[in-house]
Design a protein around this ligand. Structure first.
Ligand SMILES: C[S@@+](CC[C@H](N)C(=O)[O-])C[C@H]1O[C@@H](n2cnc3c(N)ncnc32)[C@H](O)[C@@H]1O
Length: 268
């Protein structure tokens, strides 16, 4: 039913992204930045800043001297620039592995929900290490697609019951890097030291099934791009499967959680 080779993420609809993932990434970002515990006055670089979830959080919580934020999507960057109006931040178009910054010019490099989308994560993290000063920090987080990101897990399980061919599209299968061991290996292989992995779990409470389901119709992200390829009947069957399998409360709400894996290392 589905050709896995034609389903790749689209990062072009900032409003759709915010409803689908941005609202949850922002919650993870708060804990992530707090855990990094970086002193005030540092220079930050946010790689794959998207609509600005992590950038905004750094500005709110870390009292940075400045934040350089880069992403490949001009649409997301426009949204971020409009919604994060702060003189300490600059937004620029750039690839995660070809950064427009001098070597050793920032104190902290962070990246939220990006590493697994990159063609060569090791080369990218090496570029992140080079961008930071000796003693600086490089840190990232990605979803635990295999288990703890319950919204996506529920979606792919429901989709597989309706469309068995979907197994190869499931992000748990596509992104094996999203686990502590592989993350540690990439950071260590990029020349970082004192590499530590961890987990951040946030509540993802949906007002009702539509609050969870409607963002899957937005076309932004791997699962929504897959949903856009389906007929109305298949879409409706997956939604029904979700209704059947999710813990819907008496008031219609659905209380799930989302776990992100974190990784950080020091620049020697
Ligand atoms: C899931 S979004 C994460 C956005 C944001 N960091 C957040 O936590 O909400 C993934 C982002 O990675 C960006 N991206 C994907 N591949 C990239 C690359 N090679 N270089 C730069 N950005 C990239 C996309 O444009 C998108 O904004």
């Amino acid at each position: 039913m589905t050709d896995p080779t034609v389903v790749t993420a689209s990062w072009s609809d900032a409003i759709g992204y915010e409803a689908y993932i941005g609202r949850w990434s922002r919650q993870v970002a708060r804990q992530f930045v707090a855990d990094l515990d970086v002193p005030a006055g540092r220079r930050w670089l946010d790689v794959g800043c998207g609509t600005g979830a992590l950038t905004r959080t750094v500005l709110d919580l870390a009292e940075p001297a400045g934040v350089q934020a880069v992403d490949r999507s001009p649409t997301f960057l426009r949204h971020a620039a409009a919604h994060v109006p702060d003189p300490r931040v600059t937004f620029r178009t750039a690839d995660a592995a070809a950064l427009p910054v001098d070597d050793g010019s920032v104190d902290v490099v962070v990246s939220g929900l990006v590493l697994h989308f990159l063609a060569d994560p090791g080369a990218a993290v090496t570029a992140w290490r080079r961008a930071a000063v000796p003693g600086g920090t490089v840190a990232a987080y990605v979803w635990d697609y295999a288990e703890g990101m319950q919204m996506m897990r529920a979606f792919w399980l429901a989709a597989a019951r309706v469309d068995p061919a979907v197994a190869t599209l499931d992000e748990a299968a596509r992104f094996p890097i999203c686990a502590p061991g592989p993350l540690r290996a990439v950071f260590t292989g990029a020349g970082l030291t004192d590499v530590v992995t961890g987990a951040i779990e946030v509540p993802t409470v949906f007002a009702d099934l539509d609050d969870l389901w409607t963002p899957f119709l937005g076309g932004t992200g791997h699962a929504p791009v897959y949903v856009a390829t389906l007929t109305d009947d298949v879409r409706a069957a997956i939604k029904e499967e979700l209704r059947r399998s999710l813990p819907v409360q008496d008031d219609g709400s659905i209380a799930l959680t989302a776990r992100a894996w974190t990784v950080r290392g020091q620049v020697p």
